[in-house]
Design a binder for this molecule. Sequence first.
Ligand code: HDE
Length: 717
Amino acid sequence: MKSNNARSDVHQDSKKTDLSVNTADANNKFMTTNQGVRVNDDNNSLKAGDRGPSLLEDFILREKITHFDHERIPERIVHARGSAAHGFFEVTNPIPQFTKAGFLQEKGQKTPVFTRFSTVAGSRGSTDLARDVRGFSVKFYTEAGIYDFVGNNIPVFFIQDASKFPDLIHAVKPEPHNEIPQAASAHDTFWDFISLMPESMHMVMWAMSDRSIPRSYRMMEGFGVHTFRFINEQHESHFVKIHWKPKLGTHAVVWDEAQKISGKDPDFHRRDLWEAIEAGHFPEWEMGVQLIPEADESKYDFDLLDPTKLIPEELVPVTIIGRMVLNRNPDNFFAETEQVAFHPGHVVPGIDFSNDPLLQGRLFSYTDTQLSRLGSPNFHEIPINRSISPTHNHQRDGHMRQEINTGRVSYHPNSLGGGCPYQARIAEGGFASFNERIDAHKVRQRSDSFSDHFSQATLFFNSQTEVEQGHIIKALRFELSKVETTAIRVRMVGLLSQVDAGLAEKVALGLGLPVPSKPESPMNHGVGADADGSQEPKPLLAPQQPSDTLGMIRNPTVSPTIETRKVAILCHDGVNETQLSAFRALLVEKGAKGCVIAPHMGFVTTDRGGAVAVEATFLNTSSVLFDAVYIPGGTAISIIAEDPDVLDFINEAYKHCKVIGAEGEGIDLLANTYFASKTSNNEDAGLIADRDGQKDFGQRFVEAMGRHRIWDREPKV
Ligand code: HDE
């Protein structure tokens, strides 16, 4: 599938053009019924007399109410809460030697994409900031058909076999008797299940780390989790793991902050994605691949087919092959974000599956779930799901069929239709599965090579900084303290002792428990009690060198940029206009956003008699919605110096290790806050204070904020 640049650019917009056939704009148009009849009165139903009963004849009322009654469809059983955007994928480093996938062939080649991010456990209306895995799905509208990448922001999964997925999800969802808690794993059924599934321990480490409370969808990595295959023109296979690396770095909030954001702005991530795109700050990721030759399938001491294992980047580096930019918000949430249907089985020639038993089960699930969610096998005809490359086959009819197939032939082979549509040879782009040789017994069994459940959990824990390890310990204490059944807590501490003794001890301390001398065997609860009892974990992997790529603080994707970050500017009447203007200009220069917060909406007057528009008040916002705080000077600072909302604002920013900049009299505002009580002489790497108008104030502020958080402060809070 060759394409020159001009053609690629046309192609980049091809999905937009395709969707435009279905978009509707009511501007300057008459209101009509769904049958196209112009409506004369949309406010009154048809009645027998102005005080009489309504008439059944009123087809306008009946149609409107009937449609309304049926507006909802079942939400996704998992990943119900999500947000999406349009954009494009561009090849930066073609790898035709590994894959013949048409959309990966030429440098500069662009393919339209629609990308949806999600949480897993919560309902459609749940908070964005739940401690949870995030879904990361990309629909590529390629010239050779749809390719769906359906991954997560964590590179491994809880379970090894698809048969356990319904159990995992039943366990994490709100408990069935009282439907509590919403969008939270901190409850008995989840940890009961986990405590009996040692294979989940690697993923548990990731889920309890700050990866599960991202600062933004724009600041998350994405992972395909399973090993897939790339197939080249010679029909040779390479195993491949796919990664997405965010241009803005991988960042998180802290747990206390996440819980407060859930109250202050449960749409925090949705709003962040929407606003960034509206403002022209288009989120961007690099796509990378780890490639493993077919011959190296058994080279590693973990199994490439085991979805609870990752391939450390030190063993197989990630090669960047392209970038994705999201540059357009959907026109309609339901039509696009809700109705989009992803499927890991939507692949194009050049991409194929491995035998990962979790992936194999997913290949069944996704079509099946769309049938109940979208209600018809014709869900591929919904505009957002429609391929931009033509589709022709003998599938027919069904609910809501849009396509009008002409002719009398709906079968193959046929002579009456001239044999059409034709099958495509491989050289003509026909999909042919990789001809892997399989010679095996039919068994319900798990490979021994899947039985090391702890080594990579230990690798992950050891790869974190002390700060990050502290967050994992606190997260486990939080979650397990919400578990009411002591035996579950004990089992969990037992499992943690197999990951790291110190980790288990610290979690146990928080729970007021001793660490058991030996973890309880899940076989006591009927797990692994099958023919060979093979589900007891066995260490297989040699100890591995810690890897910076697994943490977030030392992660190479961490970027010191403050681009698109939000700074709260605490204002009051009499604010120092010179300082305020200079600071706002600095933020504009750095691509960051300031938000003027004051005791009231409208305007505040400056010391020079000017007026500054207020964007939020201390009543309607909170420091948890910002990345840093700036306090300009002004002789009337005492107006807000005693306000508990203002003091809370600063104290929370302090507690969440954020940078605070203060100029002139603004510094006085810190007198009643933790800054005064917890630091001597205001010595704090995250406090940029300047009483005398020093020139480097802005530069110091930007540098400190570029560190994302001031973790040195954490021991004090
Ligand atoms: Fe999914 N998953 N999943 N999953 N998954 C769904 O499909 C399923 C798994 C993932 O934005 C459902 O259309 C099974 C792993 C994402 O619309 C459903 C198993 C990974 C999304 C389903 C898994 C994922 C889904 C629900 C174990 C990371 C959201 C709605 C065998 C690689 C897609 C839907 C979107 C959605 C089944 C495990 C990612 C029920 C059976 C592992 C990002 O079909």
